[in-house]
Design a protein. Sequence first.
Length: 150
Amino acid sequence: MENNQYQKTMAGYSGEEGDLIPILQGIQTDLGYISEEAVRGVSHFLKVSESQVYGVASFYSQFRFNPPGRNSVKVCLGTACHVRGGQILIDQVERELGILPGQTTADMRYDLQRVACLGCCALAPVVAINDDIYSRMTVVLLKKTLSEYE
Ligand code: FES
């Protein structure tokens, strides 16, 4: 199933090195992340090493290497949010969930991402969980809010 999906994405490309980013974008759109199997497939298709594929993909924060959790937690670390405690919030989420940005909890309940701006800087610090935006977030409120997402 997964194999078919990324093979289908690659089928639209000629196999040039410059195809790497668009192929990775296509795989991420289809699978929700870049799996190890996909990295191997892309490496083989483009005739570049797996570490080159990882190297390029990990340079861009848009790519993730873990399957998304049921709930996607995005902590904003843009300038406005950073100066108003965004880092404290992300530290709290890391401790609470036991994961780092880009990772997913073992029970697949949450994944965590840091983002550059959620577009509502006047309400910083901001955290998004799935499509819900939480403004003027605090550590105490964040803990309670997280628990409401199954
Ligand atoms: S910097 Fe956080 S919403 Fe803009």
